[in-house]
Design a protein around this ligand. Sequence first.
Ligand code: UD1
Ligand code: CA
Length: 450
Amino acid sequence: MSDRSLLVVVLAAGEGTRMKSRLPKVLHKVAGRTMLHHVLAATRAAGATRTAVVVGPGREDVAAEAMRIVPDAQVFVQTEQLGTAHAVLAARAALEQGADDVLVLYADTPLVRPETLARLRAPLAEGAAVAALGFEPEDPTGYGRLVTSGDELVAIREEKDATAAEKAVRFCNAGLMALSGKDALSILDRIGNANSKGEYYLTDAVEIARADGRSAVAAKADVDEVAGVNSRIQLAEAEAILQKRLRLSAMAEGVTLIAPETVFFSADTVLGRDVIVEPNVVFGPGVTVGDDVVIHAFCHLEGAQLAPGVSIGPYARLRPGTRLDEGVRIGNFVETKAAHIESGAKVNHLSYVGDAHVGAGANLGAGTITCNYDGFFKYRTEIGAGAFIGVNSALVAPVTIGAGAYVGTGAVITSDVPEDALAIARSRQVVKEGWAKDFRAARADAKKKG
Ligand code: UD1
Ligand code: CA
């Protein structure tokens, strides 16, 4: 990584009206994290020394998300939207602090990779004043065009201001730009708004740098990396691109995906070696999976840690705070939440285990339910190592089942069960010989009489 200091300026002041959302555009999520988070993760990985985020007026939510990801980020408010150069200048105080390199990104372009940012920035170390990132979209309509001459970038022309010849250029401006730190302010301050939109165009930096006798260059990126998100349709397109990337990287790292196109990851999903994921599995945020885990079909996981050798599903739902130690088995139609289940324990069928701790080797029979909520508060259930819970048992928390204890089938357990004890908590079975036969006869008789 470069030892040059890097100031990142992320533009997040756009209204995002085409999203038709109460939520600001850059807080919409792709693969479980906000677009702003994606951009800040990429800039952090690319070695950002300082981060400035430009937000619209009253956008405390966007500012808070920026600070959550980069706690020392500087947030600037662009009070009026007068163009991309004007937006960058909202971060003037950060630019004045100086940096070797300045990188400008849009928060609604979430798929850019750190390697690409490094490539974009590299020419600055060789003396270039400006570097822009270009790409070749299928349809260039609406994009600024990169006018080049050999390796040099001559100008970026916005479509509305372009000549017919310039419009024919297919090499388009992705919007990301690198500027030499010592020249950035002087260049930006000379950008005017004498153009068809009356906006301060960041893209004018190219011609100003060249007029100073400095060089400007273009780097090229894949379409899939610079796709901007302006609508829900483009949000879904970005999701598809990212899911494809996450699936390929999981497989490259030694995970078997039987039907990759049916498995959905979060950007932060961590998977070990020799994990097998069957079809139709969704990984929400915060999931870590150890080596040799098997995830059967139709599972949903979120905020869960799975140690090596765990097996879950089919149809298991692991909710936040789930921690499964080595070799734990979670079977079909089992839901867990805030539950630590120790090694070798089994919850194989139709159960809910919430706010609970289950000791090693315990066996929870089909239909075991922790009754953790009384409508007001949540309570914990403790199940000791090696305990055996008979099927269809309700464990009314707070309650402790001692290690090695046995709970008989169909129990409603409301008080603690000591270690190695047997607890039976169900009503006695009553048998009345011939009762059903007599009952049917009496009813048939009554019906005949009307
Ligand atoms: C811009 C580029 C264009 C490029 C295109 C790629 C300029 C002048 N043009 O055009 O060459 O092909 O992006 O998508 O830079 N923003 C602010 N404050 C402002 C204006 C914009 O924060 O005052 C933010 C927007 O939220 C958005 C980004 O900057 O994320 C780009 O602005 P937008 O107006 O969409 O630029 P384009 O016209 O699409
Ligand atoms: Ca745009």
